[in-house]
Design a protein around this ligand. Structure first.
Ligand code: AR6
Length: 176
């Protein structure tokens, strides 16, 4: 069982906009109108049709997720989720970040995605402590995967060596 769970996860270093998967997750803000970081990169790579679609959606509360098409991206779908802004840890940040993963998985099931790639939500501009965020990402995935068989591969796309090393180390702890 544990072996099978591990085989459904990949940790890579790279750019999520290049991923040939069914769905990539975007670390968006609640306007869904684009921004910097991975959000900016996804909007640039997808093209202006993406913004036109997110405008129609009209925003997304923190912890929830909304789906759009991927347009010029290799990915068919984009799951936009809004991570919490870190403000010390007493504003429900942990639960809100966990909800991002849970709601993104739920959205992925709804669109029939078999392969899904995640960035490290909230750990850039939103300043969530990396170790804590990576733990939440891996633990949510660890509890979700046994409940579902349709998603075959969850890929964590790490931007830079520091993030990559952190995922690799914590992966060994969470999936012992
Ligand atoms: N591929 C994968 N990961 C990336 C990429 C990429 N192309 N580019 C950056 N990252 P951030 P947040 C990593 O700031 O903290 C935006 O302005 C980055 O190194 O993108 O959730 C939104 O509009 C970091 O590890 O997202 C919001 O306003 C991770 O992605 C706000 O930032 C998340 O960093 C959201 O902040």
């Amino acid at each position: 069982m544990e072996r099978e769970l591990k085989d459904r996860i990949e940790i890579l270093q790279g750019d999520i906009t290049k991923m040939e998967v069914d769905a990539i997750v975007n670390a968006a803000n609640s306007s869904l109108l684009g921004g910097g970081g991975v959000d900016g990169a996804i909007h640039r790579a997808a093209g202006p049709e993406l913004l036109a679609e997110t405008r129609k959606i009209g925003g997304c509360p923190t912890g929830e997720a909304r789906v759009t098409k991927g347009y010029r991206l290799p990915a068919k779908w984009v799951i936009h989720t809004v991570g919490p802004i870190w403000s010390g840890g007493n504003r429900n940040e942990d639960d809100l970040l966990a909800s991002c993963y849970r709601n993104s998985f739920k959205a992925a099931i709804e669109i029939g995605a078999v392969t899904v790639a995640f960035p490290s939500i909230s750990t850039g501009a939103y300043r969530f402590p990396l170790e804590r965020a990576v733990n939440i990402a891996l633990r949510e995935t660890r509890s979700f995967l046994p409940t579902n068989q349709s998603i075959k591969k969850v890929i964590f796309v790490c931007f830079g060596t520091e993030v990559h090393k952190r995922y690799q180390r914590l992966f060994k702890e969470v999936f012992t």
